[in-house]
Design a protein around this ligand. Structure first.
Ligand code: HEM
Length: 364
């Protein structure tokens, strides 16, 4: 592998993209002419973009990607908190924040540990099995907390995988059809859940909104947890392979996530001409917001940026870390051979997240 990633979309799967990110952070802003996109890289530029009402999560004229518009997947996507701005976003955000705050994290960690323990006991403790756990657990732990039947958790994680594939930039028509079918099945399954415990908290928080908003955002939370959760868990395993570290300590997570981030960038669409952190942007411009570069900016405050900042910052941070801690506990108990796992480790070619694979040839 070359010393410098070929372009920004290959940085998250490069073995050491951090000198590249630091050099971008020092420039603050950079226009990538080959991709036709602005890169906001310094901490100041990243914060300015994330805080600016002129920078939206979707292009103004395209609230839903045209390829899925009109399908059940497009309708669901269009209702996600993550994909809205303005007053609609504020109302959904209050409801989702209140719902997520209603889940005791110790319980979530214990339940994730139990699910992970069961998953690991079902076969040989190989790299492939651990890859399977990484794909299964973030979605399964969240679904279990919502009251999903245990027997249906694997299918739920697989359906979310199909939704992720359908929304990837390189998805074809077949992937979109499968994603739409998976989306419909998940909505049906969500509607059939008993509505007790944590799900009751969601219903209460969504009282002023409609049922379709609730169902879409439950599915949205499952979707958001998958790739980022896989990145988080696979990073924690890789760091454990390098040396023992105390994953029970919150400060250790922040330090490590700053030095070796999981979520490398997010995207914004400029809705009106604006000047941000000394850079003029025009309506219609796109900005890649380099969270990984901002975290490493020598002129920044030296903090991890993995969970974003500003009005779209991740409401699932505490839960995601609890799930990862549960997994590590189960892996310790199962006697994982941490350093052996590193020997076959590769990075998946996913542009915005750093996700490791430990099993030889295991696809996703
Ligand atoms: C239980 C797992 C998770 C859930 C339920 C969850 C949920 C969400 C939701 C609903 C949003 C949209 C918030 C908004 O637009 O107002 C969001 C945003 C975000 N999440 Fe998470 N998330 C999870 C795990 C993670 C993990 C593990 C990471 C990083 C390692 C992460 C990083 C982010 C970032 C960076 C954003 C902001 C994106 C942006 O500003 O464009 N999330 N998350």
């Amino acid at each position: 592998m070359s010393a410098w990633p070929e372009n920004i979309l290959l940085a998250s799967s490069h073995s050491d993209p951090y000198p590249f990110y630091r050099s971008l952070a020092e420039q603050g802003w950079h226009y990538d002419a080959s991709l036709g996109i602005w890169l906001a890289a310094s901490h100041r530029a990243v914060r300015a973009v994330l805080d600016s009402p002129a920078c939206r999560v979707r292009p103004l004229a395209q609230p839903v990607p045209p390829a899925i518009a009109g399908s059940i997947l497009g309708q669901t996507f269009g209702r996600w908190l993550r994909m809205r701005d303005g007053a609609a976003h504020a109302g959904l955000r209050r409801a989702v924040m209140a719902s997520l705050a209603g889940l005791p994290l110790q319980e979530a960690e214990a339940s994730a540990a139990a699910l992970a323990g069961r998953f690991l006991s079902e076969g040989e403790l190989s790299g492939r099995r651990i890859d399977g756990l990484i794909d299964f657990l973030p979605v399964a732990a969240l679904a279990a907390a919502l009251g999903w039947p245990v027997a249906g958790l694997s299918a739920a994680a697989e359906r979310i995988a199909l939704v992720c594939r359908a929304l990837a930039a390189d998805a074809d028509e077949a992937a979109r059809e499968q994603g739409a079918a998976a989306c419909q099945s998940l909505l049906d399954e969500l509607a059939a859940l008993p509505g007790e415990g944590w799900l009751r908290r969601w219903r209460e928080a969504f009282m002023d909104l409609d049922e379709t908003a609730l169902a879409a955002n439950l599915l949205g939370a499952l979707f958001q947890s998958r790739d980022a959760g896989a990145g988080l868990l696979s990073a924690a395993i890789a760091w454990r392979g390098e040396a023992p570290w105390d994953w029970r300590d919150e400060g250790q997570w922040s330090q490590r996530l700053r030095a070796d981030p999981v979520l490398h960038h997010t995207r914004r669409f400029v809705a009106e001409d604006v000047e941000l952190a000394g850079q003029r942007l025009k309506a219609g411009d796109q900005v890649l917001v380099l969270l990984a570069a901002a975290a490493q900016d020598p002129a920044g405050p030296g903090e991890a940026m993995d969970f974003g900042r500003g009005r779209h910052a991740c409401p699932g941070e505490g839960l995601a870390l609890a799930i990862a801690r549960g997994a590590l506990r189960a892996l310790e108990e199962a006697g994982a051979d941490w350093s052996a796992l590193l020997k076959q480790m590769v990075f998946l070619p996913i542009p915005n997240a750093r996700i490791r694979r430990f099993g030889e040839g295991s696809a996703r």
